[in-house]
Design a protein around this ligand. Structure first.
Ligand code: G3I
Length: 378
């Protein structure tokens, strides 16, 4: 039987006690020694744990001493939340500005943390720099667009040569509504999205040999993601047919609590099976859990968020193709969810492993437990 989200929420409200017992069992069974960091637990399985960090002057940044200490203690790898995007590093068509990201890269070096690069091409008009809208690609637009894409990838890769372990080369070029490929002024100038994204990967392979190259997207296991998943599979198949050098699928993993029904979970497993059958690795690139649809009660919310995290991590960690697991922020108040997807009741979202006092939440225990239960990677 499949349940709609609303039905499962109704059930949840009516059976909160049962749910609570389930979640407590999860925690009791799974509590890991406090001294072990999430990255240490991951490393014991041949995996890595990490988080995004922001580079600005706000809270979720390495400039915040408590956040910096938490990131350094818990993580083995970090990724910039915004500072490597075109909007951040391309003030114009001909210039680069790495001042914001360089601080993040130095933070990683000081603490011996690996770095992921996000992203060499966020292929949506909305996330391109403003100047792209009016940029004149001249009489030979395809040549000009290819030159722009190539210069971008080469410049970033050369600057951080030897410091990046992985790049989200292309981010979100599959449209979730229908599974088609997005178009931008850059891809239109180039003569097609496939040509543009292929060029990005080929250039990255040459400019950053030995670095993991990832296609990153937010298709997920909730209902409504069917066409998005289909579109991503078609893109990944196309990469293989054309010989495009893509090593892994980045599964962003911005989940929505609670855990979806069994048929959804089956569909998700089939999707991941198809991805790995094509020879792709897996990366969890932006993990958090949206609690927008859960009741206000904080303890209940924390338990359902933890249950969702545990069910998802257990399934994903069972794939040996998955090694890196990155949260999209460690601490609730600094999460993008507070601004982008606020709860309708005005309460703060609680979708990260740590709370506003930097205390571990049940979600942190759920991730720790999933690492403890994961098979060892060779
Ligand atoms: O730093 C500027 C500030 O100078 C300016 O005054 C202010 C006014 O708008 O904006 C600030 O920049 C904001 C930036 O976050 C830093 O806070 C941008 O407007 C805002 O659009 C940006 O949002 C980010 C969003 O991507 C778009 O880049 C979120 O923090 C970030 O969490 C989110 O991350 C994305 C991933 O890259 C891709 N996958 C989905 C994920 C969540 O949406």
């Amino acid at each position: 039987m499949t349940m709609t989200r609303r039905e499962s929420l109704t059930l949840m409200g009516g059976a909160a006690a049962t749910l609570a017992i389930g979640a407590e069992q999860v925690q009791a069974k799974t509590r890991a020694p406090a001294a072990q960091s999430l990255n240490a637990l991951a490393q014991a399985k041949g995996m890595r744990f990490g988080s995004s960090v922001a580079g600005g002057t706000g809270g979720g940044t390495w400039r915040n001493p408590r956040n910096a200490a938490l990131v350094a203690a818990q993580c083995g790898v970090i990724v910039p939340e915004n500072e490597l995007k075109w909007q951040a590093i391309r003030p114009s068509a001909t210039s680069f500005d790495f001042s914001a990201f360089d601080g993040t890269a130095d933070f990683a070096r000081r603490h011996g943390l690996a770095l992921r690069g996000h992203t060499l091409l966020w292929h949506r008009p909305k996330w391109m720099p403003g100047w792209m809208e009016t940029h004149d690609f001249g009489a030979r637009p395809a040549t000009a667009a290819a030159a722009m894409m190539t210069a971008h990838v080469k410049t970033v890769c050369a600057r951080y040569n030897g410091r990046m372990s992985s790049y989200d080369v292309v981010n979100e070029t599959v449209l979730p509504e229908g599974g088609q490929l997005a178009q931008t002024r850059l891809s239109q100038a180039m003569g097609g999205t496939e040509a543009l994204v292929d060029l990005a990967f080929h250039t990255a392979r040459r400019a950053a040999p030995g670095v993991q190259l990832v296609y990153n997207d937010y298709m997920s296991w909730e209902p409504g993601n069917e066409l998005h998943r289909k579109g991503v599979l078609a893109l990944l198949e196309g990469f293989r047919k054309r010989g495009t050098p893509v090593d892994a699928l980045g599964v962003q993993s911005h989940l929505i609590a609670p855990v979806p029904g069994a048929s959804q979970q089956r569909e998700w497993r089939q999707f991941i099976d198809e991805v790995v059958a094509m020879g792709y690795g897996l990366v969890i690139t932006e993990f958090d859990v949206r609690d927008r649809e859960l009741p206000a009660d904080m303890a209940l919310r924390d338990r359902v968020v933890a249950e969702t995290a545990k069910a998802y991590c257990d399934m994903m960690f069972s794939y040996r193709q998955l090694r890196d697991v990155l949260a999209w922020g460690l601490v609730d108040p600094f999460s993008w969810l507070q601004g982008f997807e606020p709860r309708s009741d005005g309460l703060a979202a609680r979708g990260c492993p740590y709370d506003s006092n930097f205390r571990a939440k049940p979600m942190r225990e759920a991730i720790a437990a999933a690492f403890a239960a994961a098979p060892v990677r060779g």
